[in-house]
Design a protein. Structure first.
Length: 239
């Protein structure tokens, strides 16, 4: 069973990087509609397919999220991709930098989830897929605020999965490693292409994979986490 076949999907942060690549990959499938969400819809690329509906969504703004949830109340698959990443350390960087990543990646995603989940629960089915990142599982010192925000999002994802277990709504976690996007431009590592990651993300969401590791580095870290850490996570949230 495909969880995206003939479904209405929302992809946040769809104007570039993994988000735009995910929209393009979804268009290769038989999805019914894709809300391509971005803070500024005019920044979205031309996807060249009538199934794509531009949607204004600033995940840091209550009014924007509320309006988007009202407009897109037919969403059946919610892919929370929008995020920010700033190079910062806990001890020496301005607090505002750390707060920025937390406000977007954690509180922003939570805001979207709170707005859209009632529609999914009322329908008795659906998918929420959160783009967490491998640094939500193991911190990167140069990305202190980003790592902390993604660790918080990982906790949210685990807890939400437990909370919605009997509702018919599946909650998935997506854990990219370094991807060749504007956000990761200054990270000195070999990077997978957004297209490669998007193909794995769409496949994983379609198959309902609880943990999606969409690139080689992510798969390596995921294997270590499976061995050393996931047993504890499972015990705590009752997966």
């Amino acid at each position: 069973m495909s969880h995206i076949s003939n479904k209405t999907v929302l992809v946040s942060g769809a104007n570039r990087g993994i988000g735009a690549a995910t929209v393009r990959e979804l268009l290769k499938t038989d999805v019914k509609k894709i809300y391509a969400a971005a803070r500024k819809p005019d920044s979205l690329p031309d996807f060249g397919d009538a199934r794509v509906v531009p949607l204004a969504l600033d995940i840091t703004n209550d009014a924007s999220v509320t309006a988007a949830a009202a407009t897109a109340s037919d969403v059946e698959v919610l892919i929370n991709n929008a995020g920010t990443a700033v190079f910062a350390g806990f001890l020496e960087s301005p607090t505002e930098l750390i707060e920025g990543d937390m406000n977007t990646n954690y509180y922003g995603t939570l805001r979207v989830i709170r707005a859209f989940t009632p529609h999914l629960v009322a329908r008795g089915s659906g998918v929420i897929a959160n783009v967490v990142s491998v640094v939500g599982l193991t911190s990167a010192p140069g990305l202190a605020g980003y790592s902390a925000s993604k660790a918080a999002l990982q906790s949210l994802t685990q807890t939400l999965r437990a909370n919605l277990k009997s509702s018919g709504v599946k909650v998935l976690g997506i854990y990219p490693g370094p991807i060749d996007t504007d956000m990761a431009r200054d990270i000195p590592m070999d990077k997978a292409s957004p297209e490669h990651a998007a193909a794995e993300i769409v496949r994983g969401v379609a198959e309902g994979e609880t943990y999606i590791f969409p690139d080689p580095v992510a798969k390596q870290i995921g294997a270590l986490w499976e061995k050393d850490g996931r047993t504890l996570d499972t015990a705590l949230v009752g997966e």
